[in-house]
Design a protein around this ligand. Structure first.
Ligand code: 13P
Ligand code: SF4
Length: 316
């Protein structure tokens, strides 16, 4: 990019940021963004968080419009909790491969094959799947919530097999697992971690539980995006390898300017979540200006999906 183009792009970005602030105030709108979004998106957000924090924020906001910069199932969760508010999604194509791996019709069949089991669903699933669930968990509260369930409770866990396997190992449960995975985390290679450890032998390694078991067995700390952030902020160690989507490095570095942080693949976008990166200043501005695209939902599904989310928020 030439110097001239670079100056123009920055000017555009500053203009869009100012306009987004103006529209937010004018329309009583709030922007919620996930840690995996682009830095420029996190900069204009009123709240940046993991999926649990975002659901809690969505439940407590009194804004008339919620613009959700994340992926589709997260915006759906905001709508389930706020039926009377307008929920805007900058790019409706921002889905989640993991959520898409579990269709409601298939889950209904799965439930029939396990009639005496409760359905525990990771929040990364559609509203229709939530409507068939007994309880929702996030990576931030899964262990805590599962430990509150009766020990002899039979459970099927959908859709993330890696997270389910991790919960089984940590709690001693034998939940039946759905065969789904996040294509971002599931593809992280232990060989890459070995290389990074060789380059940075003093670094402490943190990872998201959506990674495969062989990866999780090699790391020092496993937790949700918010848990990894807190772990690094509270640690006395100074160097870390972060095994999750590299977007989180932005907030991590901001909170820990004195620490050295390495993304597993040095921030190579090939290993990031393309859907999270579909949110940008231009489509956030357009969505606020036009109050579109708006997420809508069948009211019967919404009411059914509300119950297991409400249960989750009460138990968290
Ligand atoms: P968190 O709940 O840790 O934010 O994770 C959400 C997610 O989609 C991870 O891939
Ligand atoms: Fe879905 Fe994986 Fe992207 Fe998270 S990182 S939103 S689980 S595809």
């Amino acid at each position: 990019m030439s110097k001239q183009q670079h100056r123009e792009t920055n000017m555009d970005k500053n203009f869009l940021k100012t306009e987004i602030s103006r529209l937010k105030a004018e329309k009583n709108a709030v922007i919620l963004a996930h840690y995996y979004t682009l830095p420029e998106v996190q900069e204009v957000a009123d709240f940046v968080g993991d999926s649990l924090g975002l659901a809690q924020k969505a439940a407590s906001t009194d804004a008339g419009i919620i613009l959700f910069a994340g992926v589709h199932f997260m915006a759906e969760t905001a709508k389930i909790l706020n039926p009377t508010r307008k929920v805007l999604v900058p790019d409706m194509r921002a889905g989640c491969v993991l959520a898409d791996s579990c269709k409601a019709a298939k889950l209904a069949e799965f439930k029939e094959r396990h009639p005496d089991h409760k359905v525990l669903s990771y929040v990364n699933c559609s509203a229709a799947v939530k409507a068939l669930s007994d309880l929702i968990v996030t990576s931030g509260n899964a262990l805590k919530l599962v430990n509150q369930l009766p020990e002899d409770e039979k459970i099927v866990f959908v859709p993330d097999g890696n997270l389910g396997d991790y919960i089984n190992r940590m709690t001693g449960r034998e939940m039946v697992l759905w065969d789904g995975a996040c294509r971002v985390h599931d593809r992280y290679e232990t060989e890459q971690l070995d290389k990074m450890k060789e380059l940075h032998p003093d670094a402490v390694v943190v990872a998201h539980p959506e990674c495969r078991r062989e990866m999780l067995e090699k790391v020092d700390f496993v937790g949700s995006t918010a848990a990894m952030l807190n772990f690094i902020s509270q640690s006395e160690d100074k160097e870390f390898i972060v095994v999750t989507e590299s977007g989180i490095l932005y907030e991590m570095q901001k909170r820990n300017p004195d620490k050295v942080l390495h993304a597993l693949y040095n921030g190579d976008p090939k290993h990031d979540c393309v859907n999270m990166k579909k949110n940008n200043l231009q489509n956030i501005y357009d969505a606020l200006l036009n109050e579109s695209p708006e997420l809508t939902m069948d009211e019967e599904i919404r009411q059914k999906a509300f119950l297991p989310i409400k249960r989750m928020l009460e138990m968290s």
